[in-house]
Design a binder for this molecule. Structure first.
Ligand code: PAF
Length: 280
């Protein structure tokens, strides 16, 4: 695997390649990331991965400074998995060379709800860096995990609206046996929190089962789920059943008619904020 830090070296490595498959990450790689790289490999050649902790998508009180930066460890994992041909690991000056940078602003209806409401500016930061990375790598295919469900929708929407010639592929969320979705932030969990954490997915499963069983009062189900987690010591930001196509609230009629739905959740356990989702 080649490790490059500049756009110039990246372009040298990729000259003439028309089937580049790309996986952007913020590093601290786990099995979930490696699964994205495997999928990327099935859909293109060569596979390029990037590692860049993007300041623009962190709020002022978020974990940018303490976000784990484990480049050598990540390189070792990628070398062992043998799916990636080039790793692009730029520094901030390489991606944001000028202090006044252009920003991509997602449409409010998609970018300012749920995760975007809790983390103002988050999806603008994600869209901006992904557009920059796409411009550097010029992939034909890019792979994202479904754990960040709203992020995946924002990126698809951006590609459509900017007519980017990139096909976006989604990979199912990779979970531990106990249901906990793999995430770089799981490493912040204390031992007792680690045992409690699977309860987030268990709650999503409960909502899925209730709706499958014909209980269609979504607001009430959401309230029960939120109260249940709060009672166990979580601080819930949201648990929301939404339409898959636009993440808007479904009407009761739509729920009854079997509209494709997804339940999305974000909640804090101690100092760690976890997100997850489940399609219904
Ligand atoms: O999902 C992530 O790791 C990040 O949001 C991404 C897509 C790499 C952009 O920084």
């Amino acid at each position: 695997m080649k490790v490059v830090h500049t756009i110039e070296d990246l372009r040298d490595q990729l000259r003439g390649q028309l089937r580049v498959s790309f996986v952007p990450t913020m590093g601290n790689l786990h099995e979930g990331h490696l699964a994205l790289m495997k999928l990327a490999r099935q859909h293109g050649d060569p596979v390029v991965a990037s590692i860049f902790v993007n300041r623009l998508q962190f709020g002022p009180n978020e974990d940018f400074d303490r976000y784990p930066r484990t480049l050598q460890n990540d390189i070792d994992k990628l070398e062992r998995a043998r799916d990636v041909y080039v790793l692009f690991a730029p520094d901030e000056r390489e991606l944001y060379p000028e202090p006044q940078s252009y920003r991509v602003q997602p449409p409010q209806e998609l970018g300012d709800i749920l995760e975007g409401e809790c983390r103002p500016g988050f999806f603008g930061g994600v869209s901006t860096v992904v557009l920059k990375l796409f411009s550097c790598v010029q992939p034909r295919v890019a792979v994202f995990g479904k754990k960040d469900y709203q992020q995946l929708m924002v990126i698809r929407n951006m590609c459509r609206q900017f007519q980017l010639p990139v096909e976006i592929l989604a990979h199912e969320t990779v979970r531990q046996d106990n249901g906990l979705a793999l995430s770089s932030r799981n490493m912040y969990l204390q031992e007792t929190e680690r045992q409690e954490a699977p309860q987030l997915f268990a709650t999503l499963k409960f909502l899925q089962q209730q709706i499958h069983a014909g209980i269609h009062d979504v607001p009430q189900l959401e309230q029960i789920a939120i109260a249940g987690l709060n009672a166990r010591g979580w601080q819930v930001d949201y648990i929301a059943v939404r339409r898959r196509r636009d993440l808007h609230k479904p009407t009761r009629e739509e729920v009854v008619a079997g509209e494709p739905l997804v339940v999305l959740a974000a909640a804090k356990l101690g100092a760690t904020r976890l997100i997850d989702n489940l399609e219904i």
